[in-house]
Write a protein that binds this ligand. Structure first.
Ligand code: SAM
Length: 251
């Protein structure tokens, strides 16, 4: 199935190729470390008895996934209250930056911003009129898919250490080198190095998506690296039509 939202750097286009690298068996637990919109998680088959984890350090994103999972109908009702206008779009941004909203009110505003912004950036008002009807019908399916998925909001390092086992498969899609500014959660060169160090010591298997740049080739020189291409969907980088990407594995 598909995700219910777009996301900056989301793996909508590459999800099938990424899944083709997944091991056929021996995966007792699947952990999506940099969840975003969860395009790979939603595309992946559910396996009986397999533990699944969705994680993202962005608290609005983790809250949205929790609200869809536990309060799907109430979230839809909350969405029905939101009016569609450029002025309100920017009001909702301001409301999310202040305390005082309930989790459901936050989730509805955040979902509105994702749905009505250019490139799902949550910052720029998209003027096309999108119907909420498809989302209304689709959200219950997302709720069902998330039924047994554990939703976490942690930094990648403690998360990986918590779930690491020999039968674990981690899929990782961190902010890419040079695109970190598109995310509200800060991620810098030290974090790219920290991630490589954590992955070096794990007992489980990992599959990692990255942009193809020298720093990443150097950090993962001992791993298997496969080259691929992604169409550019990042707002604010109009000159570039495609990005060279890598799929990096310790298997
Ligand atoms: C490229 S996006 C993931 C896109 C996702 N694969 C999809 O298909 O939609 C990277 C995500 O990493 C999250 N993130 C940034 N720093 C993090 C950290 N230290 N730990 C966990 N998640 C983090 C961001 O909030 C962002 O949603």
């Amino acid at each position: 199935m598909e995700s219910f939202i777009g996301w900056v750097g989301g793996k909508r286009q590459l999800r099938k190729e990424i899944l083709s690298h997944f091991p056929a068996d021996g995966v007792g637990r699947y952990i999506e470390v940099f969840g975003g919109a969860g395009w790979v998680l939603f595309a992946k088959e559910q396996v009986a008895g397999q533990l699944e984890v969705f994680n993202d350090l962005n608290s609005d994103l983790a809250n949205l996934f929790r609200c869809v999972k536990y309060h799907c109908e109430a979230l839809q009702t909350e969405l029905d209250w939101l009016l569609h206008s450029r002025e309100l779009f920017f009001d909702y941004i301001g409301q999310l930056e202040a305390p005082g909203l309930t989790d459901l009110q936050r989730a509805a505003r955040f979902l509105y911003l994702v749905k009505h912004s250019f490139g799902s950036s949550t910052r720029t008002f998209a003027t096309d009129a999108k119907s909420g009807e498809h989302l209304r019908q689709y959200m219950p399916k997302i709720k069902d898919r998330l039924k047994k998925v554990i939703i976490e909001k942690q930094d990648f390092e403690p998360l990986i250490k918590t779930y690491d086992r020999p039968n674990a498969l981690f899929y990782l899609d961190p902010p890419y080198v040079g695109t970190e500014r598109h995310y509200s959660v800060q991620f810098g060169e030290a974090d790219h190095e920290r991630l490589a160090a954590v992955l070096k010591g794990i007992r489980g298997r990992f599959i990692l998506s990255y942009v193809d740049v020298p720093l990443i080739r150097e950090l993962y020189s001992l791993c298997n690296i496969y080259s691929t291409i992604r169409i550019n969907n990042l707002a604010g980088t109009p000159g570039k039509k495609t990005f060279p990407e890598e799929i990096i594995k310790n298997i």
